[in-house]
Design a protein around this ligand. Structure first.
Ligand SMILES: Cc1cc2nc3c(=O)[nH]c(=O)nc-3n(C[C@H](O)[C@H](O)[C@H](O)COP(=O)(O)OP(=O)(O)OC[C@H]3O[C@@H](n4cnc5c(N)ncnc54)[C@H](O)[C@@H]3O)c2cc1C
Ligand SMILES: *[C@@H]1O[C@H](CO)[C@@H](O)[C@H](O)[C@H]1NC(C)=O
Length: 433
């Protein structure tokens, strides 16, 4: 192995972004420390879906990460449906005419169309906690410091340009550069954009979600094998419901969306009553009602997203993942973009042999990643409206046309070409110095 790079980097936050980045930087012998506010690594007990772009990013990032993904990944169970993102149906009876039809020959709950990947591999969903547990095993002892909640970053007083991280408990740490992977409520985002910049604060998207897990045996009993074992989306007025299998088909993951105009209060996850949850789907058909009734914990997750950031770095402080571009989940692609970010940034840092080139690498990373990731935030919000009859109205043919054409730029992106472009931008710049 080559000798360690002559600089050290602080990674703030150990979620999917921080961990995938850390594993790939370690592979390039770049000294890092992860500072995580929680007492230990942890993900929520829910599913996360990945498209073929995310799978490709993991494969290119590190063989071990891809191996972990393959180990945890659960595609649709039926061989005839492995290419499907979602089978789409109407879930809301208010869309039906007096004979129960939502369009000629189709009733509430009937399969209307499916949105499909063009690549045969890679897509699927994982149980978040299991996936993160496996990633954590790849981080050597001593790299992660827990209970370190970043509150601010200052310049080192010796004029070295080093960054001093200040933590809530009063302790500090000094590093040559900082990569903020601290999520949607990022402190590093405030450092990069300026505390008073409105773009530092995520805004409510108008949507919230209930998330739940149903044992597969139970799910099959409720909705039948086809719908329990393969990803489904049920459209409605100002709401939609999606389900997909995780945990090797042992669990059906449910996310049920609904709308409200504003979100008050600092808590983005609040407990509600089962009655309130059921009231949100009062006008819906039997299948959706059955799924909703089977959800155990009626917690509401408010869905926020970031306004576009003017930049993703300032000096030697850089943003990655949700800290840079937190999105609504309606393209199922937020975490995939985090992993793509890690892929591009680690391929740039691989070529950085001295401190003076770090900032330029951050600049090329921003140039490569900002357009794509900010497009996702915008179009994901739009997708949420599409599924809820707010973009193309309740015209099912228009919805089909729009949905079946809106995902390819996410999934079929040429990541190897991006890596090559990023490295040539960086190395080209280097030659000129
Ligand atoms: C309902 C919902 C469904 C979703 N579904 C999907 C999906 O199907 N597919 C998909 O690709 N994406 C999905 N996403 C998006 C995805 O979850 C995120 O994009 C991804 O998890 C972000 O990872 P991250 O590591 O950047 O941030 P986070 O997961 O938020 O991790 C940030 C980490 O930083 C730590 N931290 C925060 N502040 C500090 C601080 N000041 N100091 C130190 N540490 C700190 C936190 O404790 C945490 O560990 C969904 C999101 C939601 C809300
Ligand atoms: C979906 O609809 C919106 C709004 O009409 C439009 O801007 C967008 O281009 C459409 N996308 C596709 C892929 O048809």
């Amino acid at each position: 192995m080559s000798s360690p790079k002559p600089y050290n980097i602080a990674i703030v936050g150990g979620g999917i972004s921080g961990l995938t980045l850390a594993i790939s930087l370690l592979q390039h012998n770049i000294p890092i420390t992860i500072y995580e506010s929680a007492a230990h690594f942890g993900e929520i007990g829910a599913g996360v879906g990945f498209g073929s772009n995310a799978a490709r990013a993991m494969q290119l990032l590190h063989p071990k990460i891809y191996e972990i993904y393959q180990k945890c990944n659960t595609p649709n169970t039926w061989a005839s449906k492995v290419l499907e993102f979602f089978t789409c149906r109407v879930g809301d009876t208010r869309k039906a005419d007096k004979d129960g039809f939502v369009k000629p020959g189709k009733k509430v709950g009937d399969a209307l169309f499916s949105v499909e990947y063009t690549e045969k591999w890679g897509n699927g969903g994982v149980y978040r906690a299991a996936f993160l547990d496996e990633l954590v095993k790849e981080i050597p002892e001593g790299i992660a410091k827990f209970g370190h909640k970043l509150v601010s970053i200052s310049e080192a007083e010796d004029g070295s340009g080093k960054k001093v991280l200040h933590f809530e408990d009063g302790s500090t740490a000094t590093h040559d550069a900082v990569i903020g992977c601290d999520g949607i409520k990022s402190i590093t985002r405030q450092v990069v954009l300026g505390k008073d910049n409105l773009a530092t604060k995520a805004v409510f998207s108008g949507k919230y979600a209930y998330r739940g897990l149903i044992d597969m045996d139970k799910a099959i009993e409720l909705v039948g094998e086809e719908q329990a074992q393969n990803a489904q989306m049920y459209f409605g007025y100002h709401g939609h419901v999606l389900t997909f299998p995780i945990a090797h088909g042992k669990i059906m993951n449910v996310v049920a969306f609904n709308s409200r105009e504003t979100w008050d209060g600092p808590n983005w996850v609040v407990h509600t009553s089962k009655e309130e949850m059921q009231a949100d789907y009062a006008g819906w058909g039997e299948i959706v009602q059955t799924i909703i009734n089977a959800m155990q914990k009626p917690d509401i997750w408010a869905l926020f997203n970031h306004p576009p950031a003017s930049t993703y770095y300032k000096g030697r402080v850089c943003l990655l993942g949700d800290a840079a571009h937190a999105t609504t989940p309606h393209h199922g692609a937020g975490a995939g973009m985090c992993i793509e970010d890690a892929l591009i940034l680690s391929n740039l840092l691989k070529d950085v042999d001295g401190i003076r080139d770090i900032e330029r690498a951050f600049g090329v990373y921003e140039e490569m990643r900002k357009p794509r990731t900010q497009r996702l935030v915008k179009e994901s919000k739009e997708a949420g409206m599409l599924y809820e009859f707010e973009l193309e109205g309740d015209d099912l043919d228009k919805i089909e046309k729009n949905f079946t054409n809106r995902m390819y730029w996410v999934w079929n992106h040429d990541l190897p070409a991006d890596i090559e472009k990023a490295r040539s931008l960086f190395l080209g710049g280097k030659a000129k110095v």
